[in-house]
Design a protein around this ligand. Structure first.
Ligand code: SF4
Length: 151
């Protein structure tokens, strides 16, 4: 910042943005122009899974189901955000987004149905997924655990 202020360098790139103190230092200087992009990013609710009740998968699933994502993005965040329905959002905000239609629902975390919990919304569901309990977690490769009858 000192090098920029003393004209030793012509520009400075700060991917994380300028700290408020630096913004105040540069405010009003006609020889320095600040170009800022609108903030962009992903916000998420993280769980400390080393503590109870967050260590319980059913608790985390319940929080996910009970969280009104449309209300949070539409009202709390004033419509400047979109709820993420997939784990991997599109990295290009200008790209055409296909509406993600989520069919069915997951089993109640409190009283799960006696079948794979994803049966109602899984595009790969088969008869075995409906007539059997939720598939057990099995190692299918080194450090690769899967709970699915179709893998
Ligand atoms: S066992 Fe696998 S394929 Fe079957 S419903 Fe569950 S996730 Fe889908």
């Amino acid at each position: 910042m000192l090098a920029l202020q003393s004209a030793e360098i012509d520009y400075m790139l700060t991917p994380l943005g300028l700290a408020r103190g630096f913004q105040e230092q540069l405010a009003g200087r006609e020889d320095i122009r600040i170009i800022a992009n609108p903030p962009n990013g992903i916000r998420y609710l993280g769980f400390n899974t080393r503590r109870q009740p967050m260590a319980m998968k059913k608790f985390r699933q319940a929080v996910s189901i009970l969280t009104d994502k449309e209300y949070v993005t539409g009202t709390v965040l004033a419509g400047v955000a979109d709820p993420a329905y997939t784990m991997v959002p599109l990295p290009d905000p200008a790209a055409e987004r296909e509406e993600v239609e989520i069919k069915g629902s997951v089993s109640s975390p409190v009283d799960p149905a006696p079948r794979c919990r994803f049966y109602d919304r899984c595009p790969m569901a088969a008869e075995i997924c409906e007539i059997s309990d939720h598939p057990p977690l099995e190692e299918v490769g080194p450090k690769h655990l899967v709970a699915c009858y179709r893998v």
